[in-house]
Design a protein around this ligand. Structure first.
Ligand code: KIV
Ligand code: ZN
Length: 515
């Protein structure tokens, strides 16, 4: 089984994605996560391009241990010197030099003949070798270069000391059979090729970066260049997670493996997405929000009976806690009952049938059905939520030099009790006091305040969401005084929690939690 080198270029080619720009500390944070993910090479940037890139490569070279740290350079002295300077602190470093070789780039961009390109490439590799033993050479636009000239360049740069030769499909023009043949041709026709690793670097302009990279692996490539979430110039680069998971799931077919810890994939994807600001499309393979979600009833039923009916990989293998059955209008009774059970709502067959009918009616009108909706569906027809506690009085003191304190009076079954507590602010002080008086300490999952009328005497509405022992409830409170609105919303939510427990007890299948 061959070991494929994973060369991550998220911080260099990935950052060339329109709209993505990372500060040096953000690049360092991603690089540390890439090291945890277990990539072999991290291309930290293009030091000559900007002082920020040079600084980022330097910070990564200093701090990140494990992977080889690479930096990009054109085949020019200043570029190579800048890359070498930025990489100086790295324990394992690689200088990656490139020069375009295709006729179109030679004629219009570089205005150089083949012989000149050949000389410059050889010079660049020799110059880079003065700084590093590990030197990669990329003939840019290799897939549109005459194969004979490409072979000549590769042989010459290997002789000059290149340890990896990278074959970029710079404009995403290649197609898998052809690209596979190109790699095979290199293994057969470049006489000294066994002295270097063949790498590939595929862009996604035709959506073929993945199949092209895989065809290259099948035909002898030992390194793949890729980015997290497939971000990169234009339509992006081959996506790391897709390559790694394909090699894992279809190991026997490819007879190849990587050193990546796949359970770190989701964490890495989310970090890259949040720091670059580039959202991952929901249907993106492996890391998209829908990749392990099932909505159709037939699929949900299959997954519940045997996960492998509709899943070719375990969500846990990429770092998720499990698959998700999304409840919507296509969901079946099996998934519905299972979700209710998870919420602690175990119904008789008749109750389940009636609740399922109400669920279907709601799902026709509402795309996403949340746990709150399910609880409401089940509780429909049961005794209404009771006003167990009534807010009688609220008074708070706060200010820049005062410890925020709240005094609350609550009425329960005709009896009024009073208590006071301090908090981080007047609202927090109210909630701490109410918790103490009711004996509950739910988690405040959400708090929003908005004005529902206009003017200085506007009515404020507070909406809170509380979670307690697996039950989540939402409630509102309104008042011209936002502290009172906050306290009312909280007491209403506590009442819902308590009556929800009572109603569960009424269902007779689960003991009520508190009080
Ligand atoms: O796409 C490309 O050709 C590149 C090279 C610099 C490797 O990014
Ligand atoms: Zn590229």
């Amino acid at each position: 089984m061959r070991r494929i080198t994973i060369f991550d270029t998220t911080l260099r080619d990935g950052e060339q994605c329109p709209g993505a720009s990372l500060t040096p500390p953000e690049k360092l944070e991603i690089a540390r996560q890439l090291a945890r993910l277990g990539v072999d090479v991290i291309e930290g940037g293009f030091p000559i391009a900007s002082p920020g890139d040079a600084q980022a490569v330097k910070m990564i070279a200093q701090a990140v241990k494990g992977p080889t740290i690479a930096a990009l350079a054109r085949s020019l002295p200043h570029d190579i010197d800048a890359a070498a300077a930025a990489l100086a602190p790295a324990k394992k470093k690689r200088i990656h030099v490139f020069l375009a070789t295709s006729p179109i780039h030679r004629k219009y961009k570089l205005r150089k003949a083949q012989a000149e390109i050949l000389r410059q490439a050889v010079w660049a590799v020799k110059h880079a070798r003065k700084y590093a033993r590990d030197v990669e050479f990329s003939p840019e636009d290799a897939s549109r270069t005459e194969p004979e000239f490409l072979h000549q360049v590769l042989e010459a740069v290997i002789r000059a000391g290149a340890t990896t030769v990278n074959i970029p499909d710079t404009v995403g023009f290649a197609i898998p059979d052809e690209f596979g043949r190109l790699i095979k041709g290199i293994t057969e026709r470049v006489p000294n090729i066994e002295r270097a690793v063949i790498s590939v670097h595929c862009h996604n302009d035709l959506g073929l970066s993945m199949p092209n990279s895989l065809a290259a692996i099948k035909n002898g490539a030992g390194q793949v260049e890729c980015t997290v979430n497939g971000i990169g110039e234009r339509a992006g680069n081959a996506s790391l997670e897709e390559i790694v998971m394909t090699l894992k799931i279809r190991r026997n077919f490819y007879q190849a493996r990587t050193g990546v810890d796949t359970t770190q994939i989701i964490k890495t994807s989310r970090l890259v997405s949040s720091l670059t600001g580039i959202a991952v499309q929901p249907n993106k393979a492996i890391v998209g929000g829908n990749a392990f979600r099932h909505e159709s009833g037939i699929h949900q039923d299959g997954v519940l009976k045997h996960r492998a009916t509709y899943e070719i990989m375990r969500p846990q293998d990429v770092g998720l806690s499990g698959s998700q059955l999304v409840l919507g209008k296509l969901s079946g009774r099996h998934a519905f009952a299972q979700r209710l059970a998870k919420l602690g709502l175990r119904l008789s067959k008749g109750e389940l049938d009636r609740a399922f009918e109400r669920f279907k009616a709601l799902a026709d009108k509402k795309k996403d059905i949340y746990d709150d909706d399910l609880t409401a569906i089940v509780e429909e027809g049961l005794p209404a939520a009771q006003e167990i506690y009534k807010l009688v009085y609220v008074h708070t003191t706060s200010g820049s030099d005062t410890v925020p304190t709240a005094t609350i009076r609550l009425e329960r079954e005709g009896k009024v009790a009073q208590d006071a507590a301090c908090g981080d602010g007047p609202v927090d002080a109210c909630y701490k006091t109410i918790n103490r008086m009711t004996g509950l300490s739910p988690e405040l999952v959400d708090y929003t305040l908005r004005s529902v009328t206009k003017g200085r005497d506007a009515l404020g509405e507070v909406a809170v969401k509380l979670r307690h022992r697996g039950i989540e409830v939402a409630a509102r409170g309104t008042s011209t005084d936002i502290i009172e609105a906050s306290a009312k919303a909280y007491v209403n939510a506590i009442n819902k929690l308590l009556s929800s427990s009572t109603r569960r007890a009424y269902l007779g299948r689960r003991s009520a939690p508190h009080p």
